[in-house]
Design a protein around this ligand. Structure first.
Ligand code: TXA
Ligand code: MG
Length: 664
């Protein structure tokens, strides 16, 4: 019946996850209870007077008090639905608890009254006329109450409603009480013993007890209860997944009723990380918790440990200094000391808009050799020279073609590397013996200032150990190169996150050798005859950019990337997660904010919205490193369509995967 009524009176009756709909169900159950209780009250009151039974009369008042409780249930349900306002910013969900408290008080009061009257009846027994009609009404009452018990306990379970739970319990007690009256009646008819008063006493104690229990459970919620283990576990789970979060304490959960849960937690964060970066991490955790549990979590940060310290050790070749550059003017002296290191043949990691670079004096072969040693880079992989202005290109090349000029004009400074014919000034070690040199003017003022102050073109590959994901923040550089280089300039997270586009304009037929932030569309608008190097689009070709032949960007775990062209990528990923889990593997997945809730992996890392590939590019490498930190056995990556920036992203992912791409 309740389902039938719901389909009649509740517009969105199927959306039972919605707290508004839940509240509507609860008030509907209240209205039904009110109607049924009124029927029972009137019929028992009449029968009670006709038969002169204190037990039946008390029982009728018991039902009246129940209808009162139904009224409060309805008011509570309506009030719970009221949206938050200025005076009640947490909404009105707790009205339900207040209403429940009222209900329990009334039940206790009725119990007390019943008790009093029944004691009087024991002392002064009166004749009573227990007949067929009274038996019929009492049996009818039991059937109604059993029905009420059944639908209220169902709703209580379904919506976790304390109110329906109370009504269900009360209905069951009513059945016991009414049955007691029936038995007492039978005894007086067949054995001639008037048990009316005694039955009344027993009923009253039962009723009082229900009220008391109901009150104490409601008060406990109002005072503030320990949240459920499951809830704590899922909140803590998301918090612990957060990058750089070492520990947590003081989790407090405030339940304002009907889906309004607010929580706070203290987490331990590093002392040596930029505010912007840790804010992004914290924000990500808060959003993940809201997604997973519906809880609005607020995170308090306790700076408590040093990341740099934990990677330091006594037997390092060098002491690597990490230097924050926050303000170009105030921190100028730091840039000067970095330039001094470059000029004397040392190594400095510097931020660029693409990824962090490992800088050395590009005209000093000994300094450049250090780059190869530190990175364990194959000697046949040439380096890019970085300049701080267009004028600095000329001495390094034999000729600047019109095409090159156009690219420099339009896309420099920026994430574009151009390959020229080299001049004699450029050492062989830079070009790996080739007669061409790759040059880039980065769009990052820290990098440009360092180049300018050093007074020399700067050789700078990505500042990672060869084969590892490129670093996009100072800490990722530190993890790979601490103790091996002189200094790291910390300029915050890289804006773009993947390396520059490399374009070769030396040949008649210009080529994109490495895809990057600028894709085919951007380059071909300026140089229509440009094409991708064939090695980028078909397998088995030898790439013209030596760096493209190695496995790159690889995290420690095996990585599979799923092509966006798969018919049902999500379903396939879900199946594979289940499969690897069954093999007892710790499975990590890299996915988008929108898809986070559909995967049941051990570690779920989010690279932003599926509609924002720039965000994905920015996060890609640091997330790959996060998987290592979390010790997963296998990483599954949701792929993107291979056009525009997606082409460059998939180029990096294919290399990370050692070409393990799931395509059908
Ligand atoms: O965004 C970037 O380019 C970053 C930042 C630090 O500027 N640097 C970077 O460097 O990615 P690296 O060394 O990791 O990659 C340089 C790429 C390699 O694929 C290399 O083979 C290619 O450029 N390259 C360098 N000189 C070349 C040349 N003369 N001809 C063809 N390819 C060249
Ligand atoms: Mg590299």
């Amino acid at each position: 019946m309740i389902n039938y009524l719901a389909s009649k009176f509740i517009k969105r009756y199927k959306e039972t996850e919605d707290p508004v709909v839940q509240a509507e169900y609860i008030s509907l159950s209240g209205s039904l209870g009110l109607a049924l209780n009124l029927v029972l009250f009137i019929s028992k009151l009449v029968v009670g007077f006709v038969t002169n039974s204190i037990a039946i009369i008390s029982d009728s008042f018991n039902n009246l008090s129940d209808s009162l409780t139904s009224v409060i249930a309805i008011i509570g349900g309506i009030a719970s639905k009221q949206p938050a306002d200025k005076e009640h910013p947490q909404g009105h969900g707790r009205y339900e608890y207040v209403a429940s408290l009222f209900v329990s008080m009334i039940i206790m009061y009725v119990g007390f009254e019943l008790f009093k009257n029944s004691v009087i009846k024991i002392r002064h027994p009166e004749d009573m006329d227990f007949n067929v009609i009274s038996v019929g009404v009492l049996l009818f009452s039991n059937i109604v109450k059993i029905y009420m018990y059944s639908y209220n306990s169902k709703l209580a379970k379904r919506f976790d409603s304390t109110l329906n739970d109370g009504v269900a319990k009360d209905s069951l007690n009513d059945v016991i009480a009414t049955t007691g009256i029936l038995i007492a009646g039978a005894v007086s008819v067949f054995l001639g013993k008037n048990l009316d008063g005694i039955a009344g006493v027993l009923i009253s104690i039962l009723v009082f007890k229900t009220g008391l229990e109901f009150a104490s459970s409601t008060i406990s919620v109002l005072v503030g209860e320990q949240p459920s283990e499951e809830l704590i576990e899922s909140i803590v789970n998301e918090v612990e997944k957060g990058k750089y979060i070492k520990g947590y304490h003081d989790l407090i959960v405030h339940n304002y009723g009907r889906g309004k849960i607010i929580a706070s937690i203290h987490v331990e964060i590093p002392i040596d990380i930029s505010v912007v970066e840790i804010h992004n991490i914290i924000d990500g955790i808060e959003r993940a918790v809201l997604n997973r549990t519906g809880v609005e979590l607020v995170i308090h940060m306790d700076p408590s440990y040093s990341i740099y310290e934990q990677y330091s050790s006594e037997d390092m070749d060098l002491e690597t200094k990490v230097v924050d550059i926050i303000d170009m003017k105030d921190d100028y002296f730091k840039l000067e000391s970095a330039a001094k290191i470059i000029k004397s043949g040392g190594l400095v990691a510097m931020p660029t808009e693409t990824v962090y670079g490992l800088a050395a004096d590009g005209l000093n072969p000994e300094a450049v050799q250090k780059i190869f040693d530190v990175k364990q880079r194959p000697a046949d992989n040439p380096l890019i020279l970085h300049v701080s202005s267009v004028e600095e290109v000329e001495p390094l090349v034999t000729e600047i073609s019109d095409k090159a000029k156009l690219l420099m004009d339009k896309l420099w400074p920026g994430p574009l590397t151009i390959v020229f014919k080299k001049s004699d000034l450029v050492p062989d070690i830079i070009t790996a013996g080739a007669d061409t040199v790759a040059i880039r003017l980065p769009d990052n003022e820290i990098a440009r200032a360092l180049i300018k102050l050093s007074g020399t073109p700067i050789a700078a590959p990505s500042a990672n150990i060869s084969g590892r994901p490129s670093p996009t923040n100072a800490i990722d550089v530190f993890v790979d190169l601490n103790g091996k280089i002189d200094m790291i300039l910390d300029g915050g997270g890289s804006k773009i996150g993947i390396e520059s586009t490399v374009v070769d304009v030396v040949d008649e037929q210009p080529k994109i050798l490495r895809p990057g932030y600028y894709g085919y569309d951007t380059i071909s608008k300026l140089i229509p005859e440009v094409s991708y190097d064939r090695a980028l689009v078909s397998e088995g070709e030898v790439p013209r950019s030596p760096g493209q032949k190695y496995r790159h960007y690889a995290p420690k775990a095996e990585l599979h990337v799923y092509s966006a062209s798969l018919d049902n990528q999500i379903k396939r990923l879900q199946d594979d997660i289940a499969k690897y889990k069954a093999e007892d593997k710790k499975v990590g997945i890299m996915t988008f904010t929108e898809h986070m809730p559909v995967y049941d992996a051990d570690v779920i890392l989010n690279v932003g919205s599926i509609y924002d590939l720039e965000e994905m590019a920015r996060m890609l490498f640091s997330k790959l490193r996060d998987f290592d930190r979390m010790g997963v056995d296998i990483i599954l990556v949701e792929g993107v369509e291979e056009t525009g920036l997606g082409f460059a992203i998939m180029n990096r992912l294919r290399k990370s995967a050692g070409n393990k791409v799931i395509e059908e």
